[in-house]
Design a protein around this ligand. Structure first.
Ligand code: SAH
Length: 452
């Protein structure tokens, strides 16, 4: 039986979805070792032993796996953003697809074809959004960057390889601005201080840039100087926003936005349509992959022009609007009012006249639409990580759509919901994993279900 601080030889034979390698001790106990690769032969130092498994760290790599690559980011292994910078992208894609297969088989008990993962062409600088916490180090210096894993310790960085180059410029200008002014930095423990987060968004096609400062209060001192410094450094800057968040909470954005430069939103292009993006509205962080995800969803929806399409959890309307021209009527449902307020003009700007949006909780809205006699032929749903749940599956099943296209960002809740669909008379026809977030642990999936 192993114990803490033992050093044991270990062959890594599998990987968890969260980025740990797993090997078995001679008596069959699983040991989780972060930053290893499948195929590694290592010596592991045991850090913690539980009843059925143990946790360790690499003491020595005896024989590295073939899939290993040299991590290209100096913050990798401490920063909580990426988990897969030490293995090839092919290996990462293999692990992600396996995560989907394991979830649907083990949690969902479903046998359906899992297609090859749709890999991302870009594995660097693919993100169009960053939320960077700002804090103060023990020595009083400014920290801006990312949290370490499962903590609120900030790793100070100047750049992130997942972000566009312009974001590093925003970070640099913000640091200069803080050093020139006496704006103090928020302290999570005391709830005092002003600047909490830097929140940046960009339009990949339009090049437009939004910079938003989350402050504990109404604003920053010398906002005029801040805007000038940002504009001088960034010709693509379209808007600067101050978001007030006075709550002692982990939620990044507060309820109130004040625009100090520009219109308070940016625009970008997705599947040939133009979209308005404001600070609160959901917008896919990897635009190019979103196009490929939506193309797969569109293929699964197989619309001919005669159908009523229900797009649940629609955000700013993106998925449904990219299909609106091939259906008779589109109804979108979204809980965030600001996103709906963006979805409506998004339809108008793109000359889409057959769409309407309902601001409501998806299960309630679906039940209400059912009572109104709306009977969709195709339902697309794209819920947040917790999935859609049994109640909504039941309501959708009662509406009897011919096809359901489920877009998911969490294979486990997807698998659970697929099981509910199967129990309600739907069959899982095909599953396609899509890598929207290279180098991180997340994998997206799109599934076609068919009424029997
Ligand atoms: N389909 C969109 C957005 C997907 S993200 C796109 O691809 O861009 C999930 C969306 O579900 C978010 O916009 C979130 O605000 C919304 N949401 C979360 N809980 C909800 C609920 N209970 N009812 C309706 N929408 C909800």
């Amino acid at each position: 039986m192993i114990k803490k601080n033992d050093i044991i030889p270990l062959k890594i034979t599998s990987a968890t979805a969260e980025g740990s390698g797993v090997g078995k001790t001679s008596d069959g106990m699983a040991v989780f070792v972060p930053l290893t690769a499948v195929g590694d032969e290592i010596e592991a130092r045991i850090l913690k032993v539980k009843k059925t498994c143990a946790f360790g760290k690499i003491e020595n790599i005896i024989k590295p796996a073939l899939s290993r690559v040299a991590p290209d980011c100096p913050h990798f292994s401490r920063c909580g953003g990426c988990v897969w910078r030490h293995i090839s992208y092919e290996e990462e894609c293999r692990i992600k697809r396996q995560k989907v297969i394991d979830a649907v088989e083990r949690i969902g008990g479903i046998q359906a074809p899992v297609m090859p993962i749709i890999a991302s062409e870009k594995t660097l600088r693919y993100r169009n959004k960053a939320q960077l916490p700002v804090g103060t180090a023990p020595d009083g210096s400014l920290q801006m960057g990312f949290y370490t894993f499962h903590s609120h310790r900030i790793i100070d960085c100047d750049d992130c390889l997942l972000q566009p180059d312009a974001f590093a410029v925003v970070m640099r200008v913000t640091r200069e601005f803080i050093s020139k002014t006496d704006n103090d930095i928020y302290d999570e423990r005391t709830g005092k201080g002003r600047l909490r987060h830097l929140y940046i968004r960009s339009g990949e096609v339009t090049g437009e840039l939004m910079v938003c400062y989350v402050v504990n209060g109404n604003g920053l001192k010398r906002e005029d100087l801040l805007v000038k410094m940002l504009r001088d450094a960034l010709p693509s800057l379209k808007t600067v926003i101050i978001n007030s968040n006075r709550e002692k909470t982990n939620v990044i954005l507060g309820a109130k936005n004040r625009t100090v430069f520009g219109k308070g939103y940016i625009t970008d292009v997705l599947c040939g349509l133009s979209f308005k993006i404001s600070p609160f509205s959901f917008w896919q962080v990897n635009r190019a992959q979103a196009e490929r995800l939506y193309a797969k969803a569109r293929e699964y929806a197989a619309l001919t022009g005669d159908e009523i399409l229900l797009d649940l959890y629609c955000g700013t309307g993106t998925i449904g609007l990219t299909m609106a021209k091939v259906c008779k009527e589109l109804v979108g449902v979204e809980i965030i009012a600001d996103a709906v307020r963006d979805a409506e003009p998004n339809a108008a700007v793109n000359s889409i006249c057959n769409a309407r949006f309902v601001c409501a909780d998806a299960p309630q809205a679906a039940a209400q639409l059912k009572r109104e006699g709306v009977s969709p032929d195709v339902v697309v749903l794209d819920p947040p990580r917790k999935g859609c749940g049994e109640e909504l599956v039941g309501t959708i099943a009662k509406m009897k759509p011919e096809r359901v296209v489920y877009v998911s960002c969490d294979p486990a809740t997807l698998a659970r919901d697929l099981k509910y669909f199967e129990q309600s008379g739907y069959k899982t026809i095909e599953i396609t994993p899509v890598d929207m977030f290279p180098r991180t642990a997340h994998v997206e999936t799109v599934v076609l279900l068919s009424g029997i």
